[in-house]
Design a protein around this ligand. Structure first.
Ligand code: SAM
Ligand code: SF4
Length: 343
């Protein structure tokens, strides 16, 4: 591949119709970060301390977020993931979810959360129209959980997961970032837990998006080896592709629950990427690893029409590159880390 084959091949204007890029991918999955703040400090995401929060006045209001969502829905977006930072620390989140639900009655609305506040928020969020949650949980052992998240909160998170299930935010999915030398010895225990609870545990490869720039390729545990380790103890059967980047497996013996792997580093899925992201202060990112952002807050606050905002969105999607560069010598880690982008 020539050096610049990953850049858009044309400068022709974007077409009308669905949100498409020059590589033919249609963007219909939107991830909205509702805050950059967080009550955890996971080692693979944030520094122990010292990350400055975005000033409150720069964060999109509920009305701005809902107006943007309405525009995206009119452009064909079918699923919304509410994320952060930690979305549950945004004050009055159930009211925002209710506004989102009104803007997109047919939308699949889910949320990724660390789960620490779910025990009291799960029911009001479900009542407001949230469909389901993905809860991050990197270890089932108290000391390792505390080491990886820098918070002694495993019990609270497990309570939050149970509250989500009781509130009907199902199927409950669990995100587990696997970091070599830390929690990679726990993957079979997670699979056993999935079978006992019916949860779908998704193992995510560690990506170079940590604030401390401590990521090393040697700490990435390839998804293939995770699947192999589990399959040896609990045989797995692959499930067909769905709208998720995860490759999913069921247990061959018909046990409940399931396994997924998200192989962003060793087997990138950029060719079929349908995702867009909006940061908490209204920057549109066409890729998690994008080095370029498109400001939507400026137009929102300076009286732009929906049509003008739509044109900006279309142009940004059209310019999307073919894929991230993690496995290329010219890879540049984005200036912002995962909690600032919205994972
Ligand atoms: N605070 C929420 C949470 O932790 O679920 C939502 C935001 S968090 C940025 C979204 C997801 O990104 C989480 O599942 C988290 O584990 C994952 N994540 C964060 N940093 C990562 C990294 N460097 N590599 C892979 N996944 C990462
Ligand atoms: Fe917070 Fe989520 Fe990042 Fe952990 S992964 S520090 S919970 S934003």
């Amino acid at each position: 591949m020539a050096m610049d084959d990953w850049q858009p091949p044309t400068t022709a204007p974007p077409p009308e119709g669905p949100l498409v890029d020059t590589f033919g991918r249609v963007a219909d999955d939107l991830r909205v970060s509702v805050t950059d703040r967080c009550n955890f400090r996971c080692t693979y995401c944030m520094p122990a301390e010292g990350l400055a929060w975005i000033p409150k006045g720069e964060i999109l209001t509920f009305e701005e977020l809902t107006r943007l969502l309405g525009i995206f829905v009119s452009l064909g977006v079918r699923s919304l993931k509410v994320t952060g930072g930690e979305p549950t620390v945004r004050a009055d989140l159930p009211r925002l979810i209710r506004m989102f639900r009104e803007a997109g009655p047919e939308l699949d609305i889910s949320m990724t959360t660390n789960g620490a506040l779910l025990d009291r928020l799960a029911a009001p969020l479900a009542d407001a129209g949230l469909d389901r949650v993905t809860v991050s949980c990197d270890s089932l052992m108290r000391h390792r959980f505390a080491e990886m998240t820098r918070r002694d909160a495993l019990d609270r998170v497990l309570r939050g997961i149970r509250a989500a299930e009781a509130a009907g935010l199902t199927p409950v999915k669990i995100n587990c970032v696997v970091v070599g030398g830390q929690n990679d010895g726990e993957v079979v225990d997670f699979a056993r837990w999935a079978r006992e609870t019916g949860y779908v545990v998704r193992f995510i490869e560690y990506m170079p998006l940590d604030a401390e720039h401590a990521w090393e390729r040697a700490k990435v545990v390839p998804s293939r080896s995770i699947v192999k380790a589990i399959d040896r103890v609990f045989p797995l059967v692959p499930l067909g592709p769905d709208r998720e980047p995860a490759t999913s497996f069921a247990f061959a013996d018909g046990a409940p629950g399931g396994i997924g792997v998200i192989s962003s580093v060793t087997e990138p899925f950029c060719d079929s990427c349908n995702r867009l992201r909006i940061t908490a202060e209204g920057q549109l990112r066409a890729c998690l690893f994008a080095l370029e952002e498109t400001d939507l807050r400026g137009p929102l606050r300076s009286g732009a029409s929906d049509r003008e905002i739509e044109r900006r969105i279309r142009a940004a999607v059209w310019r999307k590159w073919s894929g991230h560069r993690i496995n290329h010598p010219d890879f540049v880690q984005p200036a912002r880390s995962m909690s600032m982008i919205g994972g």
